[in-house]
Design a protein around this ligand. Structure first.
Ligand SMILES: [Zn+2]
Length: 246
């Protein structure tokens, strides 16, 4: 959704609240006390009341917005900025765009949104065709004594191996040979920290995240050997130049 369309849909606090209520109703409201899903809507209080036990549920309770005092529109703007652009928005930038004085509540909102989006990502299984690759990250423990300079090979620093799985699909529609080198487009992407590149460790992670019988394109490495039974493996030979540029 473009910014202009976003503000047509959600011009003010009231429209965001109404939209939020209807999205919530699509999921259904479950009483925390007795588990019933039948409720009355108490308009003057803006709460649901359980038909069986009279327990009340506020609009925000049980959602990512629970106990937040921020306006609905802030949440909607933040969700829009986080999801609609390729650029990643920092909490600081979102605070600037919204024009809110205090950083802490905005940081907390963005953090909550990212974590529920992460949960959704967790549930998503990659399919169709994916490309697998490994990358290495230097990770530093956050409990490190900040007065000490970082040294290579210290105990608090370690190299993590991360497996990157990207859905790639061929797209005929928007392909422009002058602009795009290939017809392939990246879809959903997952990054997973793995214990090691041993084929056993790698297979455990992949089987958890990638649907069976998916076509997997990877470089020709023995690490992928344990995937042969469940997946359709396609090894590419990576040209030397590509390795250097990575
Ligand atoms: Zn109830």
């Amino acid at each position: 959704m473009k910014l202009i369309e976003f503000f047509k849909h959600y011009p003010d606090e009231e429209s965001c609240k109404i939209a939020f209520k209807s999205y919530r109703l699509q999921e259904g409201v479950t009483c925390k006390k007795c588990g019933s899903t039948s409720h009355y809507w108490k308009k003057n209080r803006e709460q649901w009341e359980c038909k069986s036990c009279k327990h009340r549920t506020t609009l925000k309770s049980g959602t990512v917005m629970q106990s937040s005092k921020l306006p609905y529109q802030y949440w909607f703007i933040a969700m829009h900025l986080i999801t609609s652009t390729k650029k990643s928005f920092s909490a600081k930038e979102i605070q600037r765009q919204i024009g809110h004085k205090r950083y802490e509540p905005i940081w907390s909102m963005v953090h909550k949104l990212r974590s529920v989006m992460g949960l959704r990502d967790e549930q998503y299984e990659l399919g169709e065709e994916i490309e697998l690759d490994e990358v290495f990250f230097e990770t530093v423990s956050i409990t490190r004594d900040k007065t000490e300079p970082l040294k290579r090979g210290r105990g608090s620093q370690r190299q993590s191996t991360v497996l990157v799985a990207a859905e790639s699909r061929v797209e005929e529609q928007n392909y422009n040979p002058k602009k795009h080198r290939t017809k392939k487009r990246v879809g959903y992407l997952k990054m997973m920290v793995i214990e090691s590149l041993k084929k056993e460790d790698l297979a455990v992670v992949v089987k958890e995240k990638v649907k069976k019988n998916t076509k997997i394109v990877s470089d020709k490495s023995n690490s992928y050997n344990n995937l042969k039974e469940d997946y359709n493996l396609d090894s590419k030979v990576v040209p030397k130049k590509e390795i250097i540029n990575r």
